[in-house]
Write a protein that binds this ligand. Structure first.
Ligand SMILES: Cc1cc2nc3c(=O)[nH]c(=O)nc-3n(C[C@H](O)[C@H](O)[C@H](O)COP(=O)(O)OP(=O)(O)OC[C@H]3O[C@@H](n4cnc5c(N)ncnc54)[C@H](O)[C@@H]3O)c2cc1C
Ligand code: FES
Ligand code: FES
Length: 498
């Protein structure tokens, strides 16, 4: 970091020093310690949204997007040089922000505990570029969960990470759908046209260790080599939970979420390359539907609040057997680009997972990017079986990518999550499908093979029998959907166009 520069974040327009914060201090605790007690702790694990704040982030072009994030998960140190807006900064009791006014007049708040978080998540959507251009795009077209979109273009899904235990959601939805457009002199709307704050290199030392945000990849790799016990932290949606609920502490944390080398998205003629530090929201926006299988996955992944932080590299970094990206990326035959001190190597994702939460990645490497070969298969689906519609981890996830030509399955790639110690490819089912007609009887036979893939566990999420049954059902469902809605195949057939 620049010598002499003091560590500070701009919060509600005022510069607040980060001196004294520990690397394990989360942004919520730090903000509250500054007297900004609007944001609340409901769960400390990203489930309730009571802690949501707006952070100025890149908008994918040269401007800024107000991005709602869970302050309970973010390290406070990651706010160095950044701009944050809390509910207190949006408006005052005398001069309410339009979001606060609508929430008040439509009865969107009772005890008020959840309200500052709702207001920040709602304000971020209020300021979403192009929101009103999607008005009357009611929703549900093609969306697996039929998320509602208001007449003002407000995507209700923007509030999927916010819980309210007492008001009831209808008045909150009424408030969201009543919002107009920001006025010409709205400072938050106008801030969007300027560049986002740079992700300045930073270093914060505290009693439990050090947080360092390197300026570039080379520096990150040097730090990793010098500190073999360091933890890489990107969106911190996993690490933050470990810190808050499991008491995890690391002597050295390397913040890699803003490394420029990990933040590109390239759609080429033969490959789509996705930077490891892009959030899922950024990937969805950048791909704009050009990888239909991922487009089906994104809305089923956690909540908008979590997706605004959660990165692709972080999802692979956890190596969780129930992570959502691996099954989809396996079906897409993706590879992982690992960067280390000796340069880069590319490994097929199918070879990447070596055991429960173990991978081929060496301790001195990080996931720089993921590569997806194109053209893409024409018939794709992502089925996530969970107990709740939003914000839940998979019991089982199945991703399909099939090429059906003249009624025959020419190529089948199937990724599974939740049925083994690692995400796996369903090789036996792929073989059972290839060369077969895309008919109910052939699909039934292959569905039986699919039911036997993996070694599903009995646990609190689902029984082994249920998991197996779900697998078979998923293939039959895909067949039903693709034959009832052949247009969907035609759209998918177009695949990625640069
Ligand atoms: C409420 C909630 C809901 C969730 N729902 C889902 C869900 O529906 N589906 C799902 O799959 N996950 C879910 N998750 C888990 C989490 O959001 C994802 O795993 C996310 O992708 C992690 O990304 P991150 O950037 O936040 O990772 P971080 O928390 O920053 O890091 C996670 C791990 O990955 C490592 N890591 C990070 N980046 C890299 C990199 N570039 N290279 C190598 N290692 C790296 C870190 O060292 C760390 O060990 C949920 C989490 C929460 C809190
Ligand atoms: S306190 Fe519940 S999501 Fe942060
Ligand atoms: S108003 Fe009480 S929890 Fe939402």
């Amino acid at each position: 970091m620049t010598p002499g520069r003091r560590l500070a974040a701009t919060v509600n327009g005022a510069e607040l020093s980060l001196a004294g914060a520990d690397p394990s201090t989360n942004a919520l605790d730090w903000l509250r310690a500054q007297g900004l007690t609007g944001a609340k702790e409901g769960c400390a694990e990203g489930e309730c949204g009571a802690c949501a704040v707006m952070v100025a982030r890149p908008d994918g072009g040269s401007g800024t997007e107000w991005t709602a994030l869970n302050a309970c998960l973010m390290p406070a140190a990651a706010l160095d040089g950044q701009e944050v807006v809390t509910a207190e900064g949006l408006g005052t009791p005398e001069r309410l922000h339009p979001v606060q006014r609508e929430m008040a007049v439509r009865g969107g708040s009772q005890c008020g505990y959840c309200t500052p978080g709702f207001v920040c998540a709602m304000a971020a959507e209020y300021y979403r570029d192009g929101r009103t251009a999607t008005r009357d795009d009611s929703a549900a077209a093609g969306h697996p969960h039929g998320h509602a979109c208001g007449p003002n273009g407000f995507e209700l899904e923007a509030l999927s990470g916010n819980l309210c235990r007492c008001t009831g959601y209808r008045p909150i939805r009424d408030a969201a759908f009543a919002l107009g457009e920001p006025v010409a002199y709205d400072p938050f709307a106008n801030r969007r046209t300027g560049p986002p704050p740079a992700a300045a290199a930073t270093r914060l030392e505290g009693p439990t260790g050090t947080y360092a945000r390197p300026a570039h990849l080379g520096e990150a790799l040097d730090l990793l080599a010098a500190h073999p016990d360091a933890v890489l932290v990107a969106g911190s949606t996993d690490w933050g939970v470990d810190v808050n609920l499991r008491g995890a502490r690391a002597p050295f944390v390397i913040g890699i979420d803003r490394l420029p080398e990990l933040r590109h998205l390239v759609v080429g003629d033969d490959v789509v390359e996705i930077g490891g530090a892009l959030s899922l929201t950024e990937v969805a926006r950048g791909l704009a539907g050009r990888v239909p299988l991922l487009d089906q996955l994104f809305p089923q992944f956690a909540s908008r609040l979590i997706r605004n932080g959660a990165t692709v590299g972080g999802n692979l970094g956890t190596a969780s057997p129930i992570g959502d990206l691996p099954p989809a990326l396996l079906a897409l035959e993706a590879s992982v680009v690992l960067a280390g001190p000796g340069g880069e190597r590319e490994v097929a994702l199918a070879d990447y997972f070596t055991g429960y939460r173990r991978t081929l990645r060496r301790p001195d490497e990080l996931v720089r990017a993921v590569r997806i070969p194109v053209p893409l298969s024409g018939t794709t689906a992502f089925h996530k079986i969970t107990k709740r519609r939003f914000d839940d981890i998979s019991s089982v996830a199945v991703a399909f990518a099939l090429d059906v030509v003249d009624g025959v399955v020419r190529r089948a790639r199937i990724g599974l999550g939740g049925v083994a110690a690692t995400p796996i490819r369903a090789y036996a089912t792929e073989a059972a499908l290839e060369g077969q007609p895309w008919t109910v009887s052939a699909v039934r036979a292959a569905a039986e093979v699919l039911q036997g893939e993996g070694t599903p566990l009995d646990d609190h999420r689902a029984s082994a029998d249920y998991r197996s049954a779900v697998l078979g059902g998923a293939l039959l469902r895909l067949h039903g959907e693709s034959t009832v809605h052949p247009a969907a195949e035609a759209v998918a057939d177009r695949g990625v166009q640069a």
